[in-house]
Design a protein around this ligand. Structure first.
Ligand SMILES: NC(=O)c1ccc[n+]([C@@H]2O[C@H](COP(=O)([O-])OP(=O)(O)OC[C@H]3O[C@@H](n4cnc5c(N)ncnc54)[C@H](OP(=O)(O)O)[C@@H]3O)[C@@H](O)[C@H]2O)c1
Length: 161
């Protein structure tokens, strides 16, 4: 099982100026709970946006730069190399960003999708999900509260066989 985990605003926006646009601690908790203990595979820009390896996960960074180093992370030079490294993990996660999601989309079996019900301006997008190819197997709605400003829905989509 290879999975994507992503949070999108309306129009599939995922980031702006190499940063996340929103702050939703409840969704961050979902991200942490879902990915802890697993390989997390990311593009070099997403790693630099996080600014550090995420704890209790094996952080794999994809870059074309053969000299790239990041303490506490494994650096690879293709998505295939990253997936191959994670082959003993029952569920490695592709955690972004836009470029890596785009190339990983045809390869993944599952998408953990957070949809934030708000329109944001941004410069990075998640690829269009063709709903003919995907089946929603779980869905939870979250209302805004004092810590989470926007309503959102967390769904799990499995690729149809
Ligand atoms: N909302 C979310 O769930 C979410 C999740 C993650 C990220 N984001 C956002 O997404 C944005 C970053 O996304 P992005 O699309 O700009 O960048 P990215 O996908 O994180 O990283 C792109 C980089 O990956 C490397 N790369 C891409 N394709 C490659 C290939 N085929 N072979 C080897 N290396 C390859 C290149 O690194 P080099 O240039 O070093 O060669 C490239 O510049 C940020 O705004 C971030 O906050 C949002």
């Amino acid at each position: 099982m290879l999975s994507i985990i992503v949070a999108v605003g309306e129009n599939n926006v995922i980031g702006k100026d190499n940063q996340l646009i929103w702050h939703l601690p409840r969704d961050m908790k979902h991200f942490k709970e879902t990915t802890t203990g697993h390989y997390i595979i990311m593009g070099r820009k997403t790693f630099e946006s996080n600014g550090r390896p995420l704890p209790n996960r094996t952080n794999v960074i994809i870059t074309r730069d053969k000299d790239y180093n990041a303490e506490g992370c494994i650096v690879v030079h293709s998505l295939e190399e990253a997936i191959n490294l994670a082959k003993d993990d029952p569920e490695p996660f592709i955690i972004g960003g836009g470029v890596i999601y785009e190339i990983a989309m045809p390869l993944v079996d599952r998408i953990y999708l957070t949809q934030i019900h708000h329109k944001f301006n941004g410069d990075t997008f998640f690829p269009e999900i063709n709903l003919d190819e995907w089946m929603e197997v779980e869905k939870r709605d979250f209302e805004p509260d004092e810590k989470n400003k926007y309503p959102f829905t967390i769904s799990t989509l499995d690729r149809k066989k």
